[in-house]
Design a protein. Structure first.
Length: 351
């Protein structure tokens, strides 16, 4: 099959589930994780979807990720909880945290659920979009799965990309979904450029000499830059406190590089929040939000700029198109998935 031929999402889900199952992941768990990984690609988060399969398989094979994890609630109150991911695939713990947070929000107005002993779980958008689709507001954040950033003004790698995401319902075609790293670029984008043999733009990383670093193959020689300088640094630390320290999870020098170390527990910390507007007496939040969004979209564009777009705009239609027409994977990623079939004895019929 041609490298640019579309792949049906269901075929890709089956392949990913098979790959995870080859490392001892139970069928139901493999299917759940595969569905979320492919969903990431369907919604356009390609750097955090099926692209990550090789990393997950390496950690399962190395023992750093528990294939038969027993995800459980370690602590709970009416509005809060902590999920213990049992070192399993991160998607399982985060999906459980998302669902429990939404349940608590319906009962108590707010649900805040932390995760300890988790793992990389794909894009945070997966864990906030469902809140918005259910009429709730959502938030999620995570301590990055490796340290690539020094404290502002320092030189020791003590922070990760520490992403954060927000969502809100809207009466328009798309909910508001905003998912960002606290660095200028996510490490996943740099790894994607490395796989594709392309350079990084200036401003993403600097070397230890302070000069721009544009070769993704040399990423270990430099630092990722925080957004907004000290502001991005402060936001990253705040996320580390709420997603790491608050959950008895890794932060700072305790963070394990999940790519280079496939044998150790990462104890990745994350949290998911859900908030019910009805708890504030607001029953028409989506309508109010869409009115403001429409005002923003109607703003006269500056010369050289396209029409104003809100985070999440166009995602629903684009996802629908990919579901119906299939996913176009980058040639380098497609070749990597084909290579996995030989390495792990998989069925490559999806290609």
């Amino acid at each position: 099959m041609a490298e640019d031929a579309p792949i049906k999402p269901e075929a890709l889900r089956s392949f990913v589930a098979q790959a995870l199952g080859s490392q001892g992941v139970p069928d139901d768990d493999a299917a759940s994780v595969a569905a979320l990984m492919v969903e990431a690609d369907v919604y356009g988060y390609a750097t955090h979807g099926v692209f990550r399969l090789r990393q997950y398989l390496a950690r399962l094979a190395g023992g750093g990720c528990n294939p038969k994890a027993n995800v459980s609630v370690a602590h709970e109150t009416a509005a809060t909880a902590v999920i213990d991911g049992n070192d399993g695939l991160g998607h399982l713990a985060m999906a459980a945290a998302r669902d429990l947070a939404m349940e608590k929000a319906r009962a108590a107005g707010i649900g805040w659920v932390g995760v300890r002993r988790g793992n990389h779980a794909g894009p945070l958008a997966l864990y906030v979009r469902p809140q918005a689709e259910a009429g709730l507001l959502g938030m999620a954040a995570a301590v990055g799965s490796a340290n690539h950033v020094p404290p502002y003004g320092g030189s020791d790698l003590l922070l990760g990309t520490n992403p954060i995401a927000f969502s809100a319902p809207s009466d328009g075609a798309d909910p508001f979904v905003f998912d960002m790293a606290t660095t200028v670029a996510a490490m996943g984008k740099i790894k994607t450029l490395l796989q594709q043999g392309q350079p990084m733009p200036e401003g993403w990383m600097v070397g230890r000499d302070g000069k721009p670093l544009t070769d993704p193959a040399r990423k270990s020689e430099g630092f990722l830059l925080p957004i907004g300088g000290p502001k991005g640094f402060g936001l990253s630390v705040a996320i580390g406190l709420m997603a790491g320290v608050l959950n008895d999870a890794a932060f700072g020098s305790d963070v394990v590089d999940f790519t280079n170390d496939t044998t150790s527990s990462t104890n990745t910390g994350q949290f998911v929040m859900a908030l019910d507007p009805a708890a504030f007496g607001i029953t028409d939040f989506g309508e109010r939000a869409e009115r403001v969004f429409d005002e923003m979209r109607a703003s006269q564009p500056l010369p050289g700029h396209d029409t104003v777009r809100l985070p999440g705009d166009g995602k629903t239609a684009a996802a629908k198109g990919r579901m119906e027409q299939g996913l176009i994977l980058k040639p380098a990623l497609r070749r990597d998935l084909e290579a996995l079939t030989a390495e792990y004895g998989l069925d490559a019929s999806f290609t």
